[in-house]
Design a protein around this ligand. Structure first.
Ligand SMILES: [Cu+2]
Length: 210
């Protein structure tokens, strides 16, 4: 015999249970996407992959004698070594930035980038809203990494320094007393041990409304 909803703890009532499952699903899907990138003769596709912190790139070889190798100028490093059709290689990207890579066999023509776009919560809100710009899926506290964050204000044409984050996973943007309009953020990852920096990430826009 099934228990009645009255006899169950409040959290296990159907509506609440559905909400919990939905929240877990949304959280999971937001933090663990995988994007396939083809390793072909002689190009990567998409050449400019775009993901978010916590996502994984899954390179799939459909041509022979290629590698996926980070540029030596990058703050993070990876190297699949040289492989043939059928091989796959995964890398998790925890931090925002744009990371360039190449094939060590077909240099300099076979190149690609992984753009890791910061998240924003919310993406729109009235003046006074506290926005969160998330640049990492796991805390950078205690690592050799910093997130250099720039922003463009409403009506602005160029990016200006916003802040450099050395801890946590996100920074706040307090829109109290700020002009309405679009604010655009971009993030560059810096490795403080090597001094190397990524390219700037794909940008993330938030909108402050009246
Ligand atoms: Cu190649």
């Amino acid at each position: 015999m099934l228990p009645t909803s009255r006899s169950l703890p409040r959290l296990l009532r159907p509506a609440a249970l559905i909400a919990v499952v939905l929240a877990l699903f949304l959280q999971g899907s937001a933090s663990a996407a995988t994007l396939n990138v083809a390793v072909s003769n002689n190009f990567f596709f998409p050449q400019s992959a775009k993901i978010r912190p916590g996502d994984t790139i899954h390179w799939v070889w459909n041509g022979d004698n290629h590698s996926s190798t980070s540029r030596g100028s990058m703050p993070i490093r990876w190297d699949s070594a040289i492989h043939n059709s059928g091989f796959t290689y995964d890398k998790l990207f925890k931090y925002a930035g744009t990371f360039s890579y190449f094939c060590t066999v077909h240099t300099p023509s076979m190149v690609g980038t992984v753009g890791v776009q910061p998240r924003a919560t919310p993406t729109s809100g009235s003046v006074g809203t506290q926005f969160t710009i998330t640049f990492a899926s796991t805390s950078i506290t205690g690592t050799n990494f910093q997130a250099v964050i720039q922003y463009k204000v409403p009506g602005g044409t160029t990016f200006a320094p916003y802040t450099t984050a050395t801890t946590g996973t996100s920074v706040a943007f307090d829109s109290t007393g700020q002009p309405t309009g679009d604010y655009v953020f971009q993030v560059q990852l810096k490795n403080t041990s090597t001094g190397k920096v990524s390219l700037f990430s794909p940008s993330r826009k938030i909108t402050v409304t009246a």
